[in-house]
Design a protein. Structure first.
Length: 142
């Protein structure tokens, strides 16, 4: 691979990583909103807070699907840079929390736990992608 081509591949990987970070940030914000509405729901917020929480969960799910697609593209771009392919990102199982639409305090607590787990997963992936993008930028001063 020529130096110009390598630089181009690194730039493409950086762009893909930055796009994935935007999607992950959107997902994180939706999960935080769902978490906040979930807390309100657990302390007696009623039907309206429950509906808003589930709406935010649906929004988060859509954002997570987009993030997953962006992460797949990022992983592909990393593979295009042969000696950097060991930097790869593993997203297997990353987005595997189920939609739970039950009501009651136990169900609400379970939903909160799932939201928190998803937020933690998103945070871990954000940190990994940020690290990879920094490494790519340092590779050629991109």
């Amino acid at each position: 691979m020529t130096q110009d081509r390598r630089t181009q591949e690194i730039k493409e990987a950086v762009r893909a990583g930055e796009k994935a970070l935007i999607s992950l940030g959107d997902a994180k914000r939706q999960l935080e909103s769902a978490r906040n509405w979930g807390i309100w729901d657990m302390i007696g917020g009623g039907l309206i807070s429950s509906m808003i929480k589930h709406s935010r969960l649906n929004d988060a799910s859509s954002c997570l699907e987009k993030a997953q697609m962006d992460l797949k593209i990022f992983r592909k771009e990393l593979k295009d840079i042969s000696d950097l392919s060991q930097m790869g990102i593993d997203i297997g199982g990353f987005l595997s929390f189920a939609d739970i639409f039950l009501d009651g305090i136990v169900a609400d607590w379970m939903v909160q736990r799932k939201i928190d787990e998803a937020r933690e997963q998103v945070d871990r992936v954000i940190m990994r992608v940020e690290s990879l993008v920094r490494e790519l930028k340092a590779e050629k001063g991109v």
